[in-house]
Design a binder for this molecule. Sequence first.
Ligand SMILES: [Zn+2]
Length: 318
Amino acid sequence: MPGRFITPKTLRITGLLPAILCVLAVMSGCNTENSHELGAFDGQQAFAEVEALVQFSPRDAGTSEGWKAAKHIFQRLETFGVEVDMDTFTDMTPDGEKTMINVVATIPGKTKEWIILGSHFDTMPGIDGFQGANDSGSSTGILLELARMISDSKMVPEIGILFAFFDGEEGIAEYIPGDGLHGSRHMAKQLLETGDHKKIRAMILLDMVGDKDLKFTIPYNSSRDLVQETLNAAHAVGYRDHFTLSRVIITDDHVPFLDIGIPAIDLIDFKFGSEPGLNDHWHTEADNLQNISEESLQITGEVTLQILKQIAFNQNAD
Ligand SMILES: [Zn+2]
């Protein structure tokens, strides 16, 4: 900062001031909430969550493995001490009516506003030996680890955080109307019917975020302000080069929220393949634990945590 001269004495006083204030705060008995810290995102823990989830494979919507996966996610969140619910619903699919389950966890904030952090957990039906480690294990593992660390920090965000684990994202008939996005459409409908959609500041969706060659291509149908917020966050934590903007429109779980006027973004790397630029692992049995990496979960987790700091915790990057 040109033109500003700081003497060593000023520096020393500046450094001492927070310590003095802290002592005064303890003496006066006021709460020390600000002493809590969010800590660092742990990609290793997130990977362990993915490993645990893919024990339930395939976990197609409306099947017993799908139900067990939902119960597993519910139990993990309960263990973290987060408020959690299972929302069971039925919906029509091209295969007939199916019963599905959204798992919804909440960390309330100081205001009545909310940010939704979403991931689906179901797998694409009809693929032999399918683990879905990237689609949908990676994003589910990251949401679980974020829920754990935020809960552990005991920090109360300004804006509440709602972790939405959607069932039935995968379409089985090329996403014709009424096919796929069952869980997210169900939640968006509930929000609209209760008027609670007005309380949702933003919806951030994670999908396919574990590819070893992690290159986010943010689809065109993402809200402009959230794109900027994401790029700022990625820059702040040193991963800006992993993000590009795409002109492609992607039908994913953020769309039902956009449709009811909620700003939403899809953080997706839609090129999951054996070589950079290819998508040949997508919806094949090569979508397994060997083809995702802890490092990519680390990058995605750090950027997502930074977005939450900016939006929910009012902590802007320096
Ligand atoms: Zn998929």
